[in-house]
Ligand binder design. Sequence first.
Ligand SMILES: [Zn+2]
Length: 181
Amino acid sequence: MEHEPTPVPGETRDWTFVMREGCPECGWRQWPDVESLRAAWSAAAAAWPGIVTAPGAATRPKPTVWSPLEYGVHARDMIRLLGYRLEAMVSRHDPEFNNWDGDLANVVRRDWATDPRALAADVELAARQTDSVLRSLVPEQLERRGHRTDGAPFSVLTLWQYMDHDIEHHVWDVTGARVQP
Ligand SMILES: [Zn+2]
């Protein structure tokens, strides 16, 4: 993309409702056990390198809808943040998290101009790092707590489910299909 694109309107919706109701858009529901969550998360993370390096990935479908490349930067951030946040929840008492502003990050970092090959490698690295955190979890740690600055409470397990939905949802956004674990 040669010219700076239109900023995408900010996302202000609180997506925690998907934990109770499932997602009416992509059809996601909470995974019933850790093994199915792990499989779905791994498959969703693994989808992104191919998505961002596909022909046309830098093209926005509409002026105010992110390109697959831009969604890939966001997915990389979410994959990385999941690892950081779970490590904080395991090592500290009830840590607080900022609500990540992906729309602002997109503009400030010029995500539309990201190099696809570098991003693909970056997604793979983030997925490996977060996966090693996930694999280190013992069952008692799944109930450890953290909370968002707006007070929304999470356990290790519910934050993993919530952020799994985020990256699965965006695969659905750009491919029109659910990831098959
Ligand atoms: Zn969804």
